[in-house]
Ligand binder design. Sequence first.
Ligand SMILES: [Mg+2]
Length: 188
Amino acid sequence: MTANGRRHRVILDCDGVLSDFVGGAIEVFADLTGHRYRHEDFKKWELSDTVGARYKAAFYERCRRPGWCANLQAYEGAREFVDALRRRAEVYVVTSPLPGAVSWMHERTEWLTQLFDFDAKHVVHTSAKHLIEADAFLDDKPEHVEDWIMAHPRGTGVVLARPYNAHARTIRVPDYATALVYLLQPNH
Ligand SMILES: [Mg+2]
């Protein structure tokens, strides 16, 4: 419980936190370039910056196709992480839709329902994540976490470490176990 009597509330990003967006991108880039990149090759936020800007449009065109979002893999340990959070908190996913992908939001909600037992009420589709009220927030995009902390200075904003977010200036945790510690700590 929080000081105001409601359950501790945690919001999670999906891509890069629960769903392996880069893994899906690796398949697309393998198809487009003939080269199979590894997760650790992507050290910049914009994945096509690593592969070559000329592939950017074709990459996003693939991502927008129906079924691409639905076929992403969950990270190993992601389900157990969400279950551990749920024992102590109300957990919501706040996820940015890919602009121009007509089936993205539907597929994302279904994915979260089937793999993580989220109901639709616990899935928020927006890139304006700073609008969402919570005690703690986990994302792989440093800018989202910074904006959220500005809007919720009493909350705990945390970046989950990925090779492409080493520039984070906020708390950056290496794994789910460490994320749990920060996300579940009582608010100051
Ligand atoms: Mg993300």
